[in-house]
Design a binder for this molecule. Structure first.
Ligand SMILES: [Zn+2]
Length: 420
């Protein structure tokens, strides 16, 4: 099987995550759109002598959507498969969904275009880099192999780009019980210093804090004279300034060899006021915070609460405003930061194989969260090692064909000689 042809087939199957959910009896269902691509992959795996199973985490149902409309939610599932025999296994992991189509594509996102740009042969298409090339590499590399003394497992999950319902379900199954290394041919958004591929050893974590500000309304015409009015939008904006100042002052850096990665924060949502002649009584904003290893979301919540109390005590924020801070409510846990030391024996083994096959490599830590953050909870070493590409979550997403072929050949080499 040729990974380039496979990639083109995969791109032509729409697996955009609709980023919509529906509620029934207090349970949140994802609408999803991965079944067609999952069926396609399932057939390939069966033809390649894998024992395949479907991990269904949501049954088809008729439910109410967030907008009080009735929706049919489809069955949703991960595809997992294995072959070989042995006590230990290695797992190749990929997600099936893509993000939506961003504006200004120069071609049809579902009709792969192959073009030479900057002396590189590139395939353009939605999900080319994130992460259908990774799927193609896994399928092509494992098609013929007949593992001896160990097992190869593969997991293709749904919903990575949204709430990660697929991986959260996977973690509850026993698929990972005997896995010694997880390999994820996912995008690398780490700072690159060389032209060599990155072995991503960790990722930042990410949490959202929700701030709710309650003020007190009066007629808008009395804004300057009313003693009792508390403008929730004004207090909210001042508070955002205080919070961002604190985040800047508490900047921290994670360092490993020549990797340096910082924590960061920004406001990703702000609401308040109705645009009428009344003092806004309510405002809400979300602080999106990325953490490095060693930081703790709950401790940070305490710290943020202290900042608010201080700001109200010293009069920066009106002390009559009622301010609540919480971790944003979400259906799956937030992503914790992680980092695996390259000295861990199984990672050493992986690195040695990379070193033998490629002219060089570098270590990286990803800026963005991914399902690897969730897998890392189990303490099974996870490495992301993907092809070269660009424009993920943007128009004209592409992947470099040579790097895809090289990655496939490397995976072949890896699975054929894992126990040597
Ligand atoms: Zn991805």
């Amino acid at each position: 099987m040729d990974p380039k042809t496979l990639l083109k087939e995969l791109i032509s199957i729409d697996s955009i995550n609709p980023f919509r959910t529906a509620m029934k009896d207090g349970i949140r269902y994802g609408i999803g759109n991965e079944n067609k691509i999952a069926d396609y992959i399932q057939d390939i795996l069966k033809n390649n002598n894998f024992t395949v199973s479907k991990q269904t985490f949501q049954k088809e149902a008729i439910v109410e959507t967030d907008y009080n409309k009735v929706a049919v939610v489809p069955e949703r599932f991960n595809i997992v498969a294995e072959k070989g025999q042995g006590e230990k296994s290695i797992l190749f992991f990929a997600h099936l969904d893509t993000v939506d189509i961003k504006e200004d594509w120069n071609s049809n996102p579902f009709e792969p275009v192959v073009k030479v740009v900057d002396c590189k042969e590139k395939v353009y298409g939605l999900g080319a880099y994130d992460m259908k090339a990774g799927i193609a590499a896994i399928l092509a590399a494992t098609s013929k192999v007949n593992p001896q003394g160990y097992k190869i497992k593969v997991a293709f999950v749904a919903d990575e780009e949204f709430w990660s319902f697929g991986t959260e379900h996977l973690l509850k199954t026993n698929l990972l019980n005997d896995v010694e290394l997880i390999i994820v041919p996912e995008i690398s958004d780490a700072d690159k210093k060389t032209e060599f591929p990155s072995i991503i050893l960790g990722r930042r974590g990410r949490v959202e804090y929700e701030f709710k500000i309650k003020g007190k309304s009066t007629h808008g015409a009395l804004a300057r004279v009313s003693e009792s009015a508390v403008n929730a939008v004004h207090e909210s904006i001042k508070l955002q300034g205080e919070i961002l100042k604190y985040c800047q002052e508490s900047e921290k850096t994670f360092s490993f060899q020549d990797i340096q990665i910082k924590n960061s924060a920004y406001i990703n949502y702000h609401y308040g006021g109705k645009g009428v002649i009344s003092i806004p009584e309510y405002s809400r904003f979300l602080l999106d915070r990325s953490f490095i290893v060693g930081e703790d979301a709950e401790k940070e919540l305490q710290r943020l609460t202290e900042i608010v109390i201080q700001a109200q005590e010293n009069g920066v924020i009106d002390n009559r405003a009622k301010i609540e801070i919480n971790l944003r409510n979400r259906p799956t846990p937030y992503c914790r930061p992680y980092f695996f030391d390259p000295g861990i024996p199984v990672i050493q083994k992986f690195i040695k194989k990379v070193n033998k096959f490629y002219d060089g490599f570098e270590f990286g830590v990803g800026y963005s969260v991914a399902d690897e953050n969730r897998l890392a909870i189990l303490d099974i070493p996870v490495v992301s090692f993907g092809p070269e590409g660009g424009n993920c979550h943007s128009p004209d997403e592409w992947v470099d064909v040579n790097s895809l072929i090289k990655l496939t050949d490397f995976f072949k080499e890896l699975v054929n000689n894992w126990t040597n």
